[in-house]
Design a protein around this ligand. Structure first.
Ligand code: MLT
Length: 273
């Protein structure tokens, strides 16, 4: 892990491999370990996977907005890979953050990979549900969060439940959820609830974009992601069978192949001045 000091906290960043950087942004309420299935890509990329502020081993101050998390990610990239443009890949919350990295720091971004995520803001009902969940976690701790989230994160079909990696993936996700500080959970839920709508943000189509969705994702289902892909010129949606909301962890081999093919098809990256 590398330390990246920011003005008000320090980010811990998992940094392995070599070559052009691939910035991996985790979902809520997880940390860089959700990308453990992507270590196989370290032979062709430098993998930079921060624990976003408040999460994992970064600890410290809790997040206040997805824009702040995007600025953190940009600062980490600039500190660890000066002059480079990264493929920025984010899952769910990490996907919201990746979108803001692309909009706020376009010179740092070679391409976007949006995984099990969406462009839309929360509906009023979704905001109310987050507020209610935050109050329950405040009262009873992160066990409540694990109970609320785990049944919806993984593919439910019998064939998906029977894959060899499934038990370890669920145990890892449970450990990450239970280990996230309550202050981070409540702050992140507020940041998620107030994030802006990004539906029109990519209409110019200037960032090559791949969208990836688990065929059994019930949080950001394939129909939702297909609608998002349709408003990003040139974007492609890949739907991965037997996966839910945790595609990179549920089927690392399929996910890594998609990502590698996408990166191979990108124009040669020019370094920034
Ligand atoms: C995530 O996996 O990061 C969350 O599902 C994001 C969300 O609740 O919108």
């Amino acid at each position: 892990m590398r330390d990246v000091p920011l003005a008000d906290t320090t980010l811990r960043v998992h940094d392995v491999g070599g070559g052009e950087p691939l910035l991996l942004l985790h979902g809520f309420p997880l940390d860089h370990r959700m990308w453990s299935g992507q270590e196989a890509l370290a032979g062709r990329h430098r993998l930079l996977a921060p624990d976003q502020r408040g999460f994992g081993r970064s600890g410290g101050s809790a997040p206040s907005s997805v824009e702040q998390l995007a600025d953190d990610a940009a600062a980490a990239l600039t500190a660890l890979a000066p002059g480079a443009r990264a493929v920025v890949c984010g899952l769910s919350l990490g996907g919201y953050v990746a979108q803001h990295v692309a909009i706020r720091h376009p010179d740092l971004v070679a391409a976007l990979v949006l995984v099990d995520t969406k462009l839309e803001a929360d509906t009023p009902d979704a905001r109310a549900a987050r507020h209610d969940l935050a109050a329950r976690v405040q009262r009873a701790g992160t066990r409540v969060l694990a109970e609320a989230m785990l049944p919806r994160l993984f593919a439910a079909s019998a064939v998906a439940r029977g894959t060899p990696q499934r038990g370890a993936a669920e145990a890892l996700v449970r450990a990450m959820i239970l280990g996230t500080p309550v202050a981070t959970v409540t702050a992140a839920l507020a940041a998620l609830a107030t994030r802006p709508d990004m539906t029109g943000a990519f209409a110019a189509g200037t960032v090559p974009t791949l969208l990836v969705c688990g065929a059994e994702d019930v949080i950001t289902p394939p129909e939702r992601m297909a609608a998002d892909a349709a408003v990003i010129p040139g974007a492609r949606l890949a739907v991965v069978p037997r996966c839910g909301h945790m595609t990179p962890l549920e089927d690392p081999a399929a996910f890594n192949t998609l990502l590698a093919e996408f990166v191979d098809g990108l124009p040669r990256r020019e370094r920034r001045a």
